[in-house]
Each structure stands twice: as structure tokens, then as C-alpha cells.
Design a protein around this ligand. Sequence first.
Ligand code: F6P
Length: 455
Amino acid sequence: MARLVIVSNRVPPPRAGSGASAGGLAVALQSFVEPGTLWFGWSGRVVDKPSDTPRMAEGQGVSYATIDLSGVDYDRFYVGFANSSLWPLLHFRLGLMRYRREDFEGYLAVNGDFADALLPMLREGDLVWVHDYHLIPLAAALRARGFTGRIGFFLHIPFVPASVLEALPPAYELLCALCAFDVVGFQTRTHLQDFLDCARRFTGFTVEGEEVVTNGRRVRAIADPIGIDATGFARVAARSTGTAYIRRMRESLVGRNLAISAERLDYSKGLPNRFEGFARLLTRFPQQQRRVSLLQIAARSREDVAEYQALRRELDRLAGDINGRFSQFDWMPLHYMTQTVARTKLAGLFRIARIGLVTPLRDGMNLVAKEFIAAQDPADPGVLILSRFAGAAEELSDALLVNPYDPDAIAEAMNTALEMPLEERQERHAVLRRAVFDVTAARYCNMFVDALKAA
Ligand code: F6P
């Protein structure tokens, strides 16, 4: 059987199961990886003189190989091109995009270093599966070093229309790099179509159906929405309600409704718009005051990027403003925390919440939306309010869909959710639950690996 080699910028610590606080990508994949898999990526460490040889670790039969980055590489590759150029661009935030040629050179150089370190570990017949926007040039780098095996790529974040992509100076180079893979996967059909359109317009390659035909090679594009281990998450959520942590949370609510949001502190998540929406709920529907508290968990992220620092200052101010305006001596409307919360605790918090508020301005998929649904008690489920610009909205159309730029729409949806009769909550949840239990992490992985095997 062909060995699977996963390559991602972040590599989870060996043995971190679904209880750990790793990111969405790592958790989704980790519930699937089988013994024998090799997982390669960045160690998360920045050092003066990175070694050329990867550091090895083992966990449940999976080998983890990681390399460090130098300070210059970290600045140009991670903070620079990946998170200051590509991330804002691919989330439709051209105004936040910062581009410097030396960052793009650093991005190519780190992909070259990844290829140098990975190549000696590859065997004939391996299936190499590369993840996310940090590593778009990796297939071309491996091919330039002589690797002839199958290489697939999955983009976890959105892809943009040609009119947005053209603003990126090396758009042509990136599209050619994507065409060095055998299979390129996207979260939704919209992203897939945008990619094909960009490939047609910018590279001059021919597009036949959902394949790009380059000089003698074919690149197959697929839409393969990522899912979660729904059964596992539902089990953790149900168990978690009996813990002291969740009991204390319930006690602190004194019978009030909990609305919950949880994500990385990132400008793509629409946090200021959401805070504004919550403030409008309390203003326009004053009967909801004292009936609901919003718990916003926004784990600090990418703190070396200037835009993230500015967002944090803005949120501190907005949170203080809302609580100053609406708090009463025995009720605080907004609980805002920037620490990471363990997934077992999050699962329990989702289960006891009346509202899951997931309103990114743009998102590839958004697994929190799926986790919220999986965590609910089908007999008394909470209501999901979901941005129509999250990839998950294509599958979860029975949620209350909102335009996240419109704070009044968020306020109205929250009011509707708080007033929604049990029967309607149950009906909506039953449909959403089926979707989340159908499109799981295992299905996502199998579909991609099958496409790669067939390449
Ligand atoms: O969602 C995109 C992503 O890069 C994931 O791959 C990762 O788990 C998460 O964001 C965390 O970001 P970072 O690796 O920059 O901390």
C-alpha cells in the first residue's frame, strides 16, 4: 500500500488527540492519519542556525519530521508573504495586503528548504499531500529536485476571483506553481471554479472540464469540503457537561442564555462587526438584556503581524465599551477572553449554548460551525447563526444565515434564535446534524487520497 506523506506548515505534537488545542487543520487530519504515515513541516521554532536535518518524533505509529526556521525566514515566509500577502488577499482583503519582493523570495526559499529536507525521506510510490497557502511552491520545488511521484495540494482557505488575484504581483508564478501538483483541492465549488478561471486567464494553459492541461501534464481540480470527527466531538461534548468546569459555567449563567463564539483572533473572523451586532441586539431588543450573555473566545494568533496587533487593540476597546454601556451590577453582557480553551471544554460550552455565533467575513470552511452542531443535544439544541461567506454555509443552509457585514442582521438573527420555539430548533438541528455527520474528516481525507491515487 502506498505510504501517505502529509506536509503542512504546522505539525501537531505527537499523540495530541481531539482533546488538545491544536488548530482545525491539524485536528481534522489527525483523526484520520494511520500508522505508517509521515508528517512533515515546521517545528514552530525560530532559531539562529536551523539544521538541514529534520528532527524526528513518533506517536501512535506516525512519524513526525520537523525543521526550524531562521529569524529572516520567519519574517519573510511566515509573517511576510504567507500572512501579510496571501492571507489577506485570499480573504478578499486587498486593503490589508502588504507585498514585498524579498518576502516572496523568502517564501520560495523556505519552500526550497522544505523540499531539500523532505526529498531524502521520500520513497517510490509515496503519496505526498501538501496543505495550505504556505506551501504552494512545494510541488515545483520537489519536481525540480527530481521527485516524480504523485503530489496533491489542498487549500484550506478561500480562493479568489481573477479580478482579486490579479492584484498580487506574482499571481502568474503562484498559478504555475499550483499547476505542478497532480491534484488541487478546494473547500467549495465556488473556489474550484475561481481557480480554473484564474488558471485559464493568467497561465495560458488549457482548461478541459475540471482539469488544467499544462505542458504534457494534467492537473485535476476537485472540491472536497473538510469535515470533523462528528461522532467523537459529540461524545466529548456530552461527557463534558458532567465536568466541574461546565457545572461552574452553568451556575454563573444563573438561568440566562449563553451565546458563544470561538476562533483565532483574526480579522477574517468579523469580530468587530459581531460585537457591534451584539450591541445592536441589546439596543434594538432591550427585552433580551439580562437574558443572554455572549462568551467570545478569541485565541491570540500571529501576534508578530501588525494588523493582528491593531485588531486586538480595537477589540479591547469595543469590549470595554459594550460592557460599560450595558452591564448591570449582577449581569455582564460580554465575556471576552484571548486565551486558548482546550477542545474538551469548548465542546461542553458549545453543548450548553443557546446560540453559536459564527460570522466570519470570509472563511474557507469554518469547522467551529460544524463542531457547534455536533456538540448539541438533539432534544434541546442551540441555534447556529452562520455567515453566508463561510464555506460551511454551502452545506449548512438550515442555519440562520447572515451577511456578517450587517450588524443589524446579526442582531435580528440573535433575537430570532432566542425566541425560536423548541420544535423549530429541533427541526433545523436535525437537518444540520445529518450534514455534519455525512461529510466527516474521514470522508474528506478518503476523497482526496482516492483522487491522488487515481492521478
Ligand atoms: O486556517 C488556516 C491556518 O493556517 C491553519 O492551517 C492553521 O491551523 C491555523 O490557520 C493557525 O494559523 P497559524 O499556523 O498561523 O498559527
